[in-house]
Design a protein around this ligand. Structure first.
Ligand SMILES: [Fe+2]
Length: 375
């Protein structure tokens, strides 16, 4: 079963505020074998330290080099490795791409077929997979507490999402140490993803009183701390706050899901290689204004109070100003998108699951207009 509506709040992931060096205490016994999955280079040292020192009494194998924006091919490659090694537990150490790859591979390792079959609905998930400890090293996706794995289907030139309650990690380990060295640009991009997720989740049709409370706190934290976390990397309080803010935003979308901004961001990432959070940032201010008539009055005023603004237009302006201050582009032309590309983005951005979760009906012409405004 996976999330479909707004009739429940469910999140089984246990969140631990411990250091990554304390991770061993989460493993059930000294006999537990572990596979540590990490990305291209950033966390290789920590993965090796886990193997050689921290978990030296355990059988530990490493899988590094997981690519960003994972494709069906790269997740299948990770799946093959997990099947071959058959670890008792998986530790995923990285950004959203690493976490999503590890979650998908750990779940499907005990199922027949490959990722492709499940993404396209040809096979169904029937049981839990290998338990995952998700350790985020960016402050953005919130994947450490969500039941999703976002995977690019290059054949269809689209991003697909594997979604199932069994994709929730067993543990999320939030260690701000790992965020302190994140380059400013990545902090900006992942932070904009988190802000978008919090605001989208707040206005989503699938939102609930629980996700609303989490979203308001996430929005407040991110609006206060994203700029100092980017411009002053030595401000460890701001970076720590961003890790918690992005985690709260993850809790929001774990149930409320994302909406039209995320839907329209996918073709920008798949076709124009625009990083995910940056892609969301282009459309977030436009949709904040577009969705205003469909937001309940009470929710609208709570959001305005939380962001300390008078109107949704002013909130959209605050987000645009924030983008400028953290060095993110505001116009699609800055990333090579031309007027001729708008139709492609509109066609790729119409994902019924996400557009249908948007509070105000999104028509193709409305999306085209919003894209043209930021061209
Ligand atoms: Fe996202």
């Amino acid at each position: 079963m996976s999330q479909t509506g707004n009739d429940r709040y469910y999140n089984p992931t246990e969140i631990k505020w411990i250091t990554w060096q304390q991770i061993g205490k989460l493993l059930p016994s000294a006999k537990t074998s572990v596979l540590v999955i990490s990305g291209r280079s950033a966390m290789r040292k920590q993965a090796e330290t886990l193997q050689a020192e921290i978990l030296k009494d355990h059988e530990v194998r490493l899988l590094s080099g997981v690519s960003s924006d994972p494709s069906i091919l790269s997740v299948n490659a990770a799946l093959e490795t997990v099947r071959k090694i058959q670890p008792d537990w998986v530790i995923a150490l990285g950004g959203g791409s690493v976490l999503d790859t590890a979650k998908a591979a750990s779940l499907l390792a005990s199922h027949p077929g490959d990722v492709h079959d499940y993404l396209r609905g040809e096979r169904k998930v029937t049981h839990a997979g290998i338990p995952v400890i998700a350790v985020p090293t960016t402050a953005g996706t919130g994947s450490e507490v969500t039941p999703y794995a976002s995977i690019t289907d290059h054949e269809r030139m689209t991003k697909l999402s594997l979604s199932h309650d069994y994709l929730f990690p067993q543990y999320a380990v939030l260690d701000p140490q790992l965020i302190y060295s994140l380059p400013a640009k990545q902090m900006a991009i992942s932070g904009m993803d988190a802000l978008s997720q919090a605001i989208e989740g707040y206005s989503a049709n699938a939102s609930t009183p629980v996700t609303d409370a989490l979203a308001l706190q996430a929005i407040r934290i991110i609006l206060t701390n994203l700029e100092p976390a980017v411009r002053h990397p030595e401000d460890i309080a701001a970076r720590k706050a961003m890790l918690n803010g992005s985690n709260l935003a993850g809790l929001v979308i774990s149930n409320a899901r994302t909406t039209a901004v995320h839907a329209a961001s996918y073709p920008l990432t798949v076709r124009f290689s625009v990083p995910h959070g940056m892609a969301c940032g282009f459309l977030l201010p436009g949709f904040i204004e577009y969705n205003e008539p469909s937001l309940e009055a009470e929710k609208r005023s709570a959001l305005l109070r939380c962001a300390q603004v008078e109107s949704m237009t002013e909130l959209a302006g605050v987000v645009k100003e924030l983008q400028r201050r953290i060095g993110l582009p505001e116009r699609l032309s800055e990333v090579g998108v031309t007027e001729q590309d708008i139709d492609t983005i509109v066609a790729g951005g119409f994902r019924p699951d996400r557009v249908g979760n948007n509070p105000r009906k999104v028509t193709e012409s409305a999306l085209r207009k919003l894209l043209k405004e930021v061209l």
